[in-house]
Design a binder for this molecule. Sequence first.
Ligand code: ADE
Ligand code: ZN
Length: 326
Amino acid sequence: SPIQTLAEQLPKAELHMHLEGSLEPELMFALARRNNVTLPYQDEAELRQAYQFANLQEFLDLYYAGMSVLLTEQDFYDLTWAYLEHCKRDNVTHTEVFFDPQAHVERNIPFEVQFNGIYRALCDGQNKLGISFRLILSFLRHLSEESAFETLELALPYLERIDGVGLDSSEKGHPPEKFERIFRRCRELGLRVTAHAGEEGPPEYVWQAIDGLQIDRIDHGNRALEDADLTAMIAERGLTLTVCPLSNYRLCVVDDMKKHPLLRMLDKGLHVTVNSDDPAYFGGYVNDNFRAIIDNLPITAEQVYRLARNSFEGSWLDDDAKRNAL
Ligand code: ADE
Ligand code: ZN
């Protein structure tokens, strides 16, 4: 359709993508062979069959298991490079990616190994594909505050090349207030801050993320809509929401794509963007997420432009780069 062509051809920024969630089954098996890791699946098709999730935790269990094949700097490079090639295809000209260092340090993969592979690929993406980037260190909220502080310590030598921090993993039972001190420290160090909030967790967690963590944007934010005062405040402050349509559908945050709240969010004046979250697990990259929306919601061309513009405006690019982007 013309509107799908418009969405595909517009330059876009992606603001919510976990590098480990871009590990496609084919690369997972290739790295397993290269590293002599045994996967509990016969082949790529059997692995894909397992990607049926009733909630966030069922996904996270497979997501952490899948990472077992990521051992060397080259593995992290290959993972990141494969994602950047998808950006190129989708005309994603700027991307702000998360990585989960604790999930690898726990497996005895040094921070330096992870960082060097990811960063070298991102620089090659900038130089060879023209894709600008920001790198976001995400803390795992099911782990302790102490573990987050230890991770920040490991990251200190790299902070010139890390733009911000995030908060991800199991939301229910792990409220943002658990991380107020580490987020304050990160802000003092000059880092940008964002957090997953209101994906499965209640509106109260979104309030805490905004007031307690002082976040620059909200990852997901779906359940903020349950609280009219919260919704109005988010609109008033112009906070960007990084919404992930296919993720929402595959994790049963919405039970039908035709009921996805994206257009309602736009109508309420929220600064919404479209993102892929974990593209290898949820059925696609940025343009696939636009297609899911366009096929299921009565979206207009103006709204598609608005989403693309929001993606740059909500990014951590400087003002000049934002102006030149669209
Ligand atoms: N880690 C990777 N993807 C995630 C998501 N959608 N929510 C929370 N943690 C995640
Ligand atoms: Zn996410």
